[in-house]
Design a protein around this ligand. Sequence first.
Ligand SMILES: CC(C)(COP(=O)(O)OP(=O)(O)OC[C@H]1O[C@@H](n2cnc3c(N)ncnc32)[C@H](O)[C@@H]1OP(=O)(O)O)[C@@H](O)C(=O)NCCC(=O)NCCS
Length: 173
Amino acid sequence: MISRSETTLRLARREDAAAIARIYNQGIEERQATFETEPRSAAQIEHLLDERGERYPTVVVEHDGQVVAWAGVSAYRTRPCYAGVGEFSVYVDRAARGSGMGRLALEGLIAACEQRGFWKLVSRVFPENTASRALCQRAGFREVGVYRRHGKLDGQWRDCVIVERLIGEAAAP
Ligand SMILES: CC(C)(COP(=O)(O)OP(=O)(O)OC[C@H]1O[C@@H](n2cnc3c(N)ncnc32)[C@H](O)[C@@H]1OP(=O)(O)O)[C@@H](O)C(=O)NCCC(=O)NCCS
């Protein structure tokens, strides 16, 4: 049998919105990744991509012509002193998890953020999200600490592990 596979990383385009929404909605449905509970539509993701524009990149990983993973960054705070701090998210299609796609997407996002002058990426991860914590650790993130009872998901308190990685100028020795 001949198998052909090609994996590419690139900046997201508006046409990727449906695939990004589909993958994000899997994570929302599983209740292990985010406090969000409402599925997103392609139109909402298109709007988000437009809003984030060139400053706050989203990258996608395509495998055999299908978008299988995405990672994106949003503003951490509006205060100018935090202009170079971004909050990231990373989501991989259920069928493609555990095959390096998350790491590729996150490393691609880090590179895109470094090009734009960001100096730090942060996120919050549920303590039970073993895959996300492993990915973050492999991608050079440090666990800063745990926010206790940071929010409720389906009526239950959830803690969050804060992760950070210095990038660009701030990562220089
Ligand atoms: C978390 C997630 C993005 C990880 O992406 P992935 O493509 O499955 O992970 P990768 O295959 O790139 O693995 C990255 C590293 O984490 C490790 N890892 C991945 N899944 C793991 C698991 N379930 N348990 C332990 N380690 C795991 C891998 O071994 C790999 O380490 P290595 O590079 O030393 O081999 C993915 O599982 C996902 O989309 N989950 C649902 C959404 C989510 O939780 N997003 C994060 C929100 S904070």
